[in-house]
Ligand binder design. Structure first.
Ligand SMILES: Nc1ncnc2c1ncn2[C@@H]1O[C@H](COP(=O)(O)OP(=O)(O)OP(=O)(O)O)[C@@H](O)[C@H]1O
Ligand SMILES: [Mg+2]
Length: 258
């Protein structure tokens, strides 16, 4: 199963969600591949990958200069692999523009890996360009992290329209796996109102679990370790572990082996 984690808005928790969901599900015995499809390479950094020496990244995979297998890195003993992104990827949008089948590149490359992995997660960049489109065409479902703040609903409605277009033209099977409310702060009345609004408009899609705002998130990133491994007792880690269970149930993911 392939799931894209997407929102055209920057800084809403896409990478944090991708890395921690991947780490939580790998620790519960699933084989997980995380694809860093963002030229910023934040997922790669969050897993402690040093980008300077990388020869095979998602860029080389997209353009057929490297195989998936060659580009996969396994940073720990857990069954978690990552295909890293380097700054090279920032040119990919323009380079892809003139290519045939430009929206299907990632899907074609991933075909051979879907049976070997229980889950492939794609961390998207904060835009709706060709890279994100490649993720949406390859994916069976999307997780949409939404930061609990004023105007959250506006960006979300725009994204929903884009997903509808992708479904009509490129990938009819694309499902909305769930909307995830991030950086939640129950002390703020405004945030509580925003959450109510999102739940009103998208009652079936919003995950029951939301992610609280918590300082341990950025601390774990600076240590190059997913929060759910670095400090599993923190509030945000507990929330991500709960989300992993809710997600696995929602998509009927293969049972954990331990
Ligand atoms: N639950 C949280 N509590 C506190 N800080 C958080 C939380 N989730 C994310 N952050 C912080 O917010 C910032 C943005 O998070 P993240 O990188 O996951 O978002 P993103 O959507 O991937 O951003 P981009 O669009 O740039 O790729 C980071 O500095 C991260 O440490
Ligand atoms: Mg990111």
């Amino acid at each position: 199963m392939i799931i894209a984690i997407t929102n055209q808005k920057g800084g809403v928790g896409k990478t944090t969600t991708a890395v921690n969901l991947a780490a939580a599900l790998a620790q519960s015995g699933r084989r997980v591949l995380l694809i860093d499809l963002d030229p910023q390479g934040n997922s790669s950094t969050s897993l402690g990958i040093e980008k300077n020496g990388i020869k095979h990244s998602i860029y080389e995979v997209l353009f057929g200069h490297s195989s998936l297998k060659k580009a996969m890195i396994k940073p720990t003993s857990e069954d978690l692999w990552i295909i890293p992104a380097t700054p090279d990827l920032s040119g990919a949008e323009i380079e892809l523009a003139g290519e045939p089948n430009r929206e299907y590149r990632l899907r074609e490359r991933l075909d051979s890996m879907t049976l070997e992995m229980d889950l492939i997660l794609i961390d998207c960049p904060p835009s709706l360009g060709l890279l994100t489109l490649n993720a949406l065409v390859a994916a069976h479902g999307v997780i949409i992290p939404v930061q609990c703040e004023f105007l959250a609903l506006e960006g979300l409605s725009q994204l929903m329209r884009i997903l509808e277009i992708v479904r009509k033209r490129l990938n009819p099977a694309l499902a909305i796996t769930g909307i995830l409310l991030t950086m939640y702060d129950k002390r703020s009345k405004l945030i509580r109102l925003v959450v109510k609004d999102v739940e009103k408009y998208f009652p079936d899609q919003v995950f029951e679990t939301n992610i609280p705002r918590n300082i341990t998130v950025s601390e774990s990133q600076s240590h190059g370790k997913p929060l759910v491994w670095f400090d599993k007792k923190s509030k945000a880690a507990k929330a991500y572990l709960k989300l992993a269970k809710e997600f696995a149930k929602r998509v009927s993911l293969n049972k954990a082996k331990n």
